[in-house]
Design a protein around this ligand. Structure first.
Ligand SMILES: *Cc1c(COP(=O)(O)O)cnc(C)c1O
Length: 407
């Protein structure tokens, strides 16, 4: 065995913490559930388990309506949604508050949908008055769907979906309301049916605590009916058989994602044991813990700060922040190498070729995360700022601990 030639302690040893906004931390219960022999995909445990878990899958999205599952990541789910809703030349209105809203728009446009993007930038929430005015203008009802992110993971902006529903209703517009909840499902409060949403998109690897590789569409009866003639639909993406299979293979249009399903079964059980209201409350406290630390670090140091000014428009799943270039990259490198904590890169705030890119980072607090993980990540960040001589305000860890103490 080669001996390291330094006696400097390696403080990254121990269990690492991937605090990036997806994939998220996988619970041991999920990992253990996946550790088994290949199951029969025609009968037996797996087929019975899926039938029994689909109600729980609906419940996390707050719906009793249709659900279709895909073997694919979030990008796949975007395409699945586009394929089932639209025909070539249909008009979609996309409300973007960061990279992911733009991504869904690009995916729909590339498939032949006419896409109008209302871009609210990377720091401000959707302006509902502008949306309402645009919908009122559309007297012919050409806009078939309004599509947005619940949380745009790049900016960590939270869209007020009930306010969007109210704006659409005020305009008297019949468009479908379609929401990308890939980052937020199981983290930020969400009620698909109660909030009048027609389509919810999510993936397995964020709040659902399961490895990347599965994604889901929950859709209303109105969305199903609106998409009946969609000419972008192809057999693989077709949500009809997937949501109402006569045979087990039709859930997936082929072989089931066997081990993902065992993992997902356990993740859903964990969410339901905790209770969705308490899951959201936990994320709320952990998010506020992170915000409190950044507020303290930024005191007297305006280069450090949260991306989103108003708490109402901040995600409870992920926090985007600035630290000034190149200190965000220096800090991320340090926390990973010296503390075993991997923080998220800044996304969509500057081009990777721009030196300013090194001024942004994200801290995820999504999924299987608790007080010691969030406090630990913040403490390692503070240690890194000290080690790297990054000037910052005092009292961040004290402020963070007080949020946890208040619960
Ligand atoms: C992660 C994410 C995506 C993309 O998901 P992939 O699994 O990486 O394809 C899309 N939208 C949002 C809001 C996300 O957080």
């Amino acid at each position: 065995m080669t001996q390291p030639n330094s006696t400097r302690p390696d403080l990254s040893r121990g269990r690492s913490y991937l605090a990036i906004p997806g994939p998220s931390v996988m619970p041991d219960r999920v990992l253990n559930a996946m550790h088994r022999a290949a199951p029969n995909i025609y009968a037996g445990d797996l087929t019975e388990m899926v039938a029994a878990m689909w109600p729980d899958l609906r419940a996390v999205a707050g719906t009793t309506q249709h659900v279709a599952a895909y073997i694919g990541n979030g990008h796949a789910a975007w395409e699945a949604a586009n394929a089932n809703l639209f025909s070539r030349g249909d008009l979609a209105l996309v409300l973007a508050t960061g990279r992911f809203g733009i991504g869904w728009a690009e995916s729909a446009r590339a498939m032949g949908v006419e896409v109008e993007v209302m871009d609210f930038g990377t720091r401000d929430p959707v302006d509902m008055a502008r949306v309402e005015a645009r919908l009122r203008e559309d007297r012919a009802g050409r806009i078939k769907a309004v599509m947005t992110t619940h949380v745009d993971t790049s900016s960590s902006i939270l869209t007020d979906i009930p306010a969007l529903r109210a704006a659409m209703d005020a305009a008297g517009h019949p468009a479908l309301l379609c929401v990308d909840c890939i980052a937020s499902l199981g983290c930020d409060e969400y009620h698909m049916d109660a909030w009048g949403i027609d389509l919810t998109v999510a993936a397995s690897q964020k709040g659902l605590m399961t490895p990347p590789g599965m994604s889901f569409l929950w859709f209303s009866e109105k969305a199903r009916a609106a998409g009946v003639d969609a000419d972008l639909r192809t057999p693989y993406w077709d949500w009809r058989k997937r949501s109402e299979p006569e045979e087990f293979w039709q859930y997936w249009a082929g072989t089931a994602p066997t081990h993902h399903l065992f993992g997902l079964r356990e993740a859903l059980a964990m969410l339901h044991e905790e209770g969705m209201a308490r899951v959201w409350a936990r994320h709320e406290v952990l998010a506020r813990t992170v915000w409190a630390a950044f507020d303290a670090w930024g005191m007297g140091h305006p280069r450090i700060g949260l991306n989103v000014a108003e708490p109402k428009y901040r995600s409870r799943a992920v926090t985007a922040a600035r630290l000034g270039a190149p200190d965000a990259t220096r800090l991320r490198d340090w926390t990973e190498a010296q503390g075993g904590v991997t923080l998220g890169i800044g996304l969509g705030m500057a081009l990777p070729s721009d030196p300013a890119w090194h001024g942004f980072l994200r801290v995820a607090h999504m999924g299987h995360v608790n007080a010691h993980m969030t406090l630990g990540a913040l403490a390692v960040m503070e240690a890194g700022m000290c080690a790297l001589d990054i000037p910052h305000g005092p009292g961040a860890l004290d402020a963070a601990a007080k949020v946890i103490a208040a619960g």
